[in-house]
Design a protein around this ligand. Structure first.
Ligand SMILES: C[S@@+](CC[C@H](N)C(=O)[O-])C[C@H]1O[C@@H](n2cnc3c(N)ncnc32)[C@H](O)[C@@H]1O
Length: 287
């Protein structure tokens, strides 16, 4: 797996990225308080709402890059309390169910009752076939594209989905993927209909290549001034490596990562005319 943009000493979770049941992933992340999908979804839902109104539509067409078990689609298309992801997948009642299929049914039923008013059409892209399989079976995504866009061109089916996609979203994915994947999705979009890109990159991930690529496509890239918790460091060596890397980027952690958490920032990239028409401060006053 490509960890290149993250820098050295990041904890690896590859063993839990591709299982039939998301429980092991969330159980491994529970002590690390991984919260990015929830935090990202709060901002993304506001932005999607504004874009849907501007386009005169009730819902939008999305690609969730590095979608995994569908955490972001779950938070975008359902009205859920903070902590639901961790609670659901560490729930002993759920764990006691006899089969993976029974657990998928349990999740699907819970989600059916909590559908948000706006149901965005979401396709997941990930290299993890079992994770996407779970997500589709649980009703989190409409289409599953098991593809590595860092290494290859999109399939015809994915290129077709991307041709009229309104927004590319991600949480916890940039770093594993970068400009290669995002640029392939943007270049598959129809002329005059470039998708917004909503991302939550961790501060230790080098996003300069992504930002340059987006500028080349005529996008305006904006970042939140605030930083948000991503997850706890696994241990002091991961934390020290992160602080060193921030120093190399010229970022003063200013007490932030010193509290024991990786921190991320919201990145909103939009075609320049739309960015000028809808100033980000008006869309997201709190960011
Ligand atoms: C930290 S997980 C994030 C998953 C999900 N978005 C979430 O927040 O739970 C990173 C995901 O990136 C996926 N991934 C890693 N390399 C990838 C690549 N080259 N192309 C697509 N997905 C990739 C992994 O399979 C994994 O699902």
């Amino acid at each position: 797996m490509n960890n290149g943009l993250w820098g050295p000493d990041k904890a690896a979770f590859d063993d839990v990225y591709n299982l039939a049941d998301p429980a092991a992933y969330w159980q491994k992340l529970a002590p690390l308080d991984y919260v990015t999908p929830e935090i990202a979804a709060g901002f993304y839902r506001s932005l999607l709402g504004s874009l849907a109104v501007a386009r005169g539509r009730g819902s939008l067409k999305l690609i969730d890059l590095c979608s995994g078990y569908g955490a972001l689609p779950m938070m975008l298309n359902h009205d859920l309390q903070p902590g639901t992801l961790h609670r659901l997948y560490t729930d002993p009642k759920r764990a006691a169910l006899p089969t993976d299929t029974a657990r998928v049914d349990y999740d699907r039923n819970m989600l059916q009752r909590r559908k948000a008013a706006a149901q965005h059409r979401i396709a997941g892209v990930d290299v993890a076939d079992k994770a996407l399989g779970y997500s589709r079976a649980a009703g989190l995504i409409e289409r599953a594209f098991i593809e590595d866009l860092e290494a290859a061109a999109p399939s015809e089916a994915l290129a077709e989905w991307a041709s009229d996609t309104d927004v590319i979203v991600e949480a916890g994915g940039v770093g594993y993927v970068g400009e290669a994947s995002i640029s392939k999705l943007i270049s598959a979009s129809e002329t005059g209909r470039k998708p917004w890109v909503l991302s939550m990159p961790v501060r230790t991930v080098d996003t300069s290549g992504v930002e340059e690529m987006l500028a080349d496509y005529g996008y305006v890239v904006e970042r939140s001034s605030k930083t948000f918790r991503h997850r706890r460091f696994r241990d002091s060596s991961e934390q020290e490596a992160a602080l060193t890397r921030l120093g190399e980027f010229g970022i003063d952690a200013g007490g932030a990562e010193i509290d024991g958490f990786y921190r991320c920032r919201l990145l909103v990239a939009r075609p320049s005319a739309e960015a000028a028409a809808w100033p980000i401060d008006a869309l997201l006053p709190a960011a």
